[in-house]
Write a protein that binds this ligand. Structure first.
Ligand SMILES: [Zn+2]
Length: 222
């Protein structure tokens, strides 16, 4: 089952840059795994890697014995196999789809037997197009179509600098709650709006900055 879920799979800038480099490093397909973490309800790809493989224009074949050795080295180096929840591959210059003959059986047969209850599958290409699926294996097998979202870290320094610039350049129109329970910033209002500033019985009333200021002063004096 495929549905446009609105679900986003986030990726760190480091992992995204590395993924692009892998895809652009060969003039063929290429594939690999990656680490995925769940944090505050977000699915985040934190790293990507390649495995020993045979690449051609139309396929990538992971070498089984070398994959076992790779996994052993990964664990020895402190890797956590439960984080290996991304299988990615590139279609080089072709579109990003899951090929029924190769990709779908790979997901079902290989990843389905790893024991993981869910996996992220990405198909990319040199145009930086990405198909992103959340493949669920348990309790039932289904696919959720997702979007890849690049995480952009925002420093406190940048936030402070922007806040300072905004304070200098941007004047916010402060609305105020009158005794009528209606906001009256300056502007044009239909006469039906209960404005204490208006002496026009019908039509529109213009509340100028000057008029509003005068009115506010009069209110303060009350
Ligand atoms: Zn493919």
């Amino acid at each position: 089952m495929n549905n446009d879920s609105g679900i986003k799979v986030k990726i760190t800038p480091e992992a995204y840059a590395r993924l692009i480099c892998y895809i652009e490093a060969v003039e063929s397909e290429i594939s690999g795994l990656g680490e995925v973490e769940l944090k505050d309800g977000n699915i985040i790809i934190t790293s990507v890697t390649t495995l020993p493989q045979m690449c051609s224009a139309a396929s990538t074949d992971i070498k089984d014995d070398e994959f076992a050795k790779w996994l052993e080295d990964y664990v020895k180096a402190g890797g956590d196999p439960s984080k290996l929840r991304l299988w990615w591959h590139s279609h080089y210059e072709m579109g990003t789809f899951l090929s029924a003959g190769t990709d779908v059986p790979t997901i079902t047969d290989i990843l389905g037997t790893t024991g993981a209850d869910w996996f992220i599958v990405i198909v990319g290409n040199v145009k930086h197009e990405f198909l992103v699926n959340v493949e669920i294996f348990s309790p039932v097998r289904f696919t959720i179509k997702a979007q890849l979202e690049l995480m952009v870290p925002i420093s406190e320094e940048l936030r402070a600098e922007v806040a300072e610039e905004v304070a200098k350049n941007v004047e916010e129109e402060k609305s105020m709650l009158t005794k009528f329970g209606v906001d009256f910033p300056y502007g044009i209002y239909p006469r039906s709006t209960p404005s204490p500033l208006s002496d026009t019985p019908t039509g529109f009333v213009k509340v100028s900055k000057k008029r509003r200021k005068k009115w506010m002063q009069s209110r303060t004096q009350d």
